[in-house]
Design a protein around this ligand. Structure first.
Ligand SMILES: Cc1ncc(COP(=O)(O)O)c(C=O)c1O
Length: 424
């Protein structure tokens, strides 16, 4: 994103062109930035641990154009549901290029997950007999809760530790792999997802050490080898001025050092190291272009836009900060205002007091930053508001990569029994 002659541009495409052609609100993704983010991370990890593979947790932005960019760069896919496995297949990935890490799965999920032939990563040992009812996977992985996790998002996002619903308790890990071994499964991997949006390399080193202690003891006790260890995601990005920027090289270095030390300590055959971040690749490559539709002077000045909690759920869900720019006015003096969407909930009043350009007026375009991850995929239709369009920009060109919903999408799959239908 750049500002040229006061006009906000994405890879050379003005926000005004996006708004004119596709309407507002619209999600915009910058292809170049996605590629840069991915390459930077892979280069750092392979430098410090060459037997490394990067996956992309597609839950954060499941647009197939974005997923294809990451596939071209060499990413595998981390899928949280059977439908996300199907998304991976839609971009030509399957088998061991896809990791299925669902939780609290139904029998149907388990059967389809198994039949899909991707890596099955079980969230609990109790799933194993249910998997075995449908067939025996050649390779099994368990998601381990190492007993500790952390989050830059606040307490709303808890991926590991005693308060998390995810993963296997450290004391149950040996029994889980023993059950798999006893069932005749020969190939093993291990996984964790300890935290989100973290920027401290020492956090990554600490939690890697905790996981490797559990794996090391398990490997020793059962005489099994781990083909891979997946450390999950959690590579953070700055949202607010003053937020720490992740030192990716240092992070990869500290992870690799800890990993190697533990591999040696427990005499393990060195496993492939894997990670499955998401936010780090697409978070800062995505924006929302919205429009100011009304301004009210009440207990304070409130700027009403079409970017609401239905468009971007994170502020209402997590109290998250997203930086906002006003097109054409970024060099104006600032005045604190509130900003909201058009939803009948006060959590939609998602900016309470923010210095924005003082001349902000009806018709202006606003641009919301860092909206690429957990943006569109968390949007919804409350109040009959429709999901936005998604546009990819690349080298001065723009491509519609998902159409804006229409009224037909609101009533699709809805059936009214005959006795309730209006007489016409
Ligand atoms: C299992 C799993 N892996 C990876 C990720 C990606 O996390 P992040 O975007 O923090 O890198 C998530 C996010 O919730 C997840 O649940």
């Amino acid at each position: 994103m750049q500002i040229v002659n006061k006009q906000i541009q994405f890879e050379g495409v003005p926000a005004a062109v996006i708004a004119e052609k596709y309407g507002t609100p619209t999600y915009v993704y910058e292809e170049k930035r996605i590629r840069e983010n991915f390459r930077r991370a892979v280069a750092a990890f392979t430098k410090h641990y060459p037997n490394f593979r990067m996956f992309y947790a597609i839950k954060c932005c499941n647009n197939l154009a974005v997923a294809n960019i990451l596939r071209q760069e060499g990413a595998g896919i981390d899928a949280a549901s059977v439908n996300e496995i199907l998304l991976a297949k839609a971009i030509g990935l399957g088998g061991e290029d896809v990791m299925f890490s669902g939780n609290f799965l139904s029998d149907d999920d388990i059967r389809q997950g198994l039949e899909s032939g991707v890596i099955f990563n079980l969230d609990d040992a109790s799933l194993l007999p249910r998997v075995l009812k449908f067939g025996k996977p050649e390779l099994i992985s368990f998601r381990i809760n190492p007993g500790f996790g952390d989050s830059g998002i606040g307490e709303f996002v808890t991926n590991a530790g005693p308060k998390a619903k995810f993963g296997i308790h450290p004391e149950h890990v040996v029994a889980a792999y023993k059950a798999a071994k006893d069932a005749g499964i020969k190939r093993f991997g291990a996984h964790m997802m300890p935290g989100s949006c973290m920027t401290d390399p020492e956090y990554f080193a600490r939690v890697t050490g905790m996981l490797m202690d559990i794996i090391g003891k398990t490997g020793r006790e059962l005489g099994i080898e781990f083909e891979f260890v997946d450390l999950g995601g959690g590579l953070g990005i700055p949202y607010k001025e003053g937020d720490e920027t992740l030192d990716i090289d240092k992070t990869a270095q500290r992870i690799a050092e800890t990993f190697r030390t533990k591999v040696a300590e427990y005499g393990l055959k060195p496993p492939r190291l894997m990670m499955e971040p998401a936010r780090y690749f697409v978070g800062d490559a995505g924006y929302i272009v919205g429009r100011v539709h009304a301004i009210k002077d009440s207990y304070q000045r409130i700027v009403g836009t079409d970017v609401g909690m239905n468009t971007l759920a994170r502020p209402a869900m997590y109290g998250s900060y997203h930086h906002i720019l006003v097109n054409g006015r970024e060099d104006e003096a600032r005045k604190p205002v509130g900003l909201c969407g058009q939803i009948c909930e006060n959590t939609d009043f998602w900016v309470k007091h923010r210095p924005l350009a003082e001349g902000i007026a009806v018709g202006d375009l606003v641009v919301v930053e860092n909206a690429g991850a957990y943006g569109y995929t968390m949007s919804y239709q409350y109040n009959g508001r429709l999901r936005p369009a998604e546009v990819l920009v690349s080298e001065g060109k723009h491509y519609l990569v998902r159409e804006r919903e229409t009224f037909e999408d609101l009533v699709r799959n809805v059936h009214v029994p005959a006795h309730l239908a209006p007489k016409v």
